[in-house]
Structure formats: C-alpha cells, structure tokens
Design a protein around this ligand. Structure first.
Ligand SMILES: [Zn+2]
Length: 291
C-alpha cells in the first residue's frame, strides 16, 4: 500500500458496499475482507496504516510525511492562494461555507504543505520574526498538521491586507457563524487559547482541522484538545469499553485498538463504521448505532 488509500467498503465482488458510502466518514478505510452479512465486517489492519485516516495526530511528538497525503489532494476552487486540501475536507469546507452564506468573506490562505514548503516557511519566519514567534506559531518541518491536507488556515476577507501566517479570523460576524457550525461539519479549532502546554502551539484562531463530525462534536462537548481526545480514547478499548456518545437519533461508539508488529484483525458489527489510524501506535474505530 502506498500513501493514504481512500477505499470505500466494497463487497467481495468489488462493488461499493451499501453501508459505506452514505456518510463522509466512511471514506477512509484500510484493506479488509468482508465476512458474512454487511453488518458484520472483518478488517485486517497493518502497522503502516496507523498513518492513514482523519484522526491522525500530528504534533511535536508525532511527525507526518507530507508525501503520504499528496495523492488525496484537490485544489480549492477559485482560490487565489492556490490552496490544496484533502479531497474530502475540501468538500466539507465548501459545504460549510455555503451553509453560512460566506461568499468570498472567508478565504483559505494555506492548506497542504510539503516538507520543503514548511522548511522554507520556518526559515523565513525565523529570519523575519525571530525564534520566540516562530516556535509559537510555526511547526517544525515534518511536524506540521498542514502536511496531512487535513488542516486549513482561514482569513476574514474584508478588504484589508491579509497576514498569511497569522490571518485575522475573529469570533464574531461571519467567522462566528462559521464557528457555530464547525463541529457539526467535523472541524475543530485545533490550537485554542490556554492549551499551548498540551498542543505545543500558541492560540491560533484561524487554524481548523478536519476530524469528522462525531469526534468534533464529542470534543466540543468535553472541551478536549485533539491531544486530550487521543488520551481519552486510550481509556476506551474497542470491543470492551468504547466511549459512547449520543448524536441525534444515533448512538456513536468510539474505541481504541492498539497495533503491534503483526497485523491486527478486528470484527465490527455495525452497518456504518469508520477506521482511522492515530499516527502513533493504533487505530480508532467508530461505529454508528440506531437505538
Ligand atoms: Zn495552520
């Protein structure tokens, strides 16, 4: 397997699985085999796949190779900065901006970055703003969330010049409306105020990470940063004590599955599910259940 695959659940005959395509979150998966009826799926997950999926954790401790994400990127339509994002995130972001009627009032100024681009950005920031500023706001090359294609920097486009490193994205007006809807669309403000000791990055009101709706809504409810959410999930082993969260008419179960040197086999009994690597040493499994 090379790079992030975006395999949908497929039947043995290779046709799309009916349970796999009706929700955004089904689009990341691993190699797997179907076992029995559609509501019972057996997956074989390999260690390399922990770097694939919408819940990968990238920070100072956990790096990510930017070329892994490259095949899944798309260019944002009519974007003057040439921003590229993970294909699925681009669709979700467009839907959210459409929902709030943002028009051109909100502009994406930075999305996926290669290792070389991050290196140049880091060096440029050091030269222009110095070390204290740079370590606060710019991740080291190889450790930027922007390498994943699942992070975007947004700017309020109100006619004033836009600062591309620290764009203005306030908490009121059209940006406030964006924030109200963000979790429902699966987005989190990744670097909140007063959490730098956990995230390693100072408050960045402009940086939004895609993690998927149930996870963003759970984090909104608990106040977790992405780092804290990963820690929380480690206390909820899949198959024994998953985290349960009610989301409208559905019950969502989320659990952690560690991996090792050998491929791990897991059977999921749900019509709708998602598997994502954590970019560390395991997988996060999500299953939707109708009570
Ligand atoms: Zn950013």
């Amino acid at each position: 397997m090379t790079g992030p695959t975006q395999i949908l659940r497929t039947t043995a005959a290779g046709r799309p699985h009916p349970g796999g395509t009706h929700h955004f979150e089904a689009e990341w998966a691993a190699s797997f085999t179907l076992d029995g009826p559609p509501e019972r799926t057996t997956l074989v997950l390999t260690g390399d796949q922990v770097h694939v999926g919408p819940l990968i954790l990238v920070n100072q401790s956990h790096g990510f190779q930017s070329d892994r994400a490259e095949a899944g990127l798309t260019a944002l339509a009519a974007n003057p900065y040439g921003v590229r994002l993970d294909r699925h995130y681009a669709t979700v972001l467009a839907a959210l901006l459409d929902q709030i009627g943002a028009g051109d009032q909100i502009l994406a100024v930075s999305g996926w970055r290669s290792q070389a681009e991050q290196t140049a950005l880091y060096a440029g920031s050091l030269a222009e703003h110095g070390e204290e500023f740079t370590v606060s706001y710019v991740a080291r090359p190889g450790h930027s969330e922007h390498h994943t294609g699942l992070a975007v920097d947004l700017a309020l486009n109100d006619g004033r010049p836009i600062d591309e490193i620290r764009p203005d994205f306030p908490y009121d007006g059209i940006c406030g409306r964006f924030r109200v809807e963000a979790a429902r669309f699966g987005l989190i403000e990744r670097y909140p105020a007063a959490k730098r000791h956990l995230t390693g990055i100072a408050h960045e009101p402009w940086h939004f990470r895609y993690v998927g709706a149930p996870h963003a809504e759970i984090m909104a409810a608990t106040g977790d940063t992405f780092e804290e959410y990963h820690q929380r999930l480690r206390r909820h082993p899949w198959g024994r004590r998953p985290l349960r969260h009610r989301l409208g008419p559905e019950l969502v179960e989320v659990g952690y599955l560690p991996t090792g040197a050998e491929p791990v086999t897991v059977t999921i009994e749900a019509e709708r599910w998602q598997v994502s690597g954590d970019n560390v040493d395991g997988f996060i499994i999500t299953a939707w259940r109708r009570p």
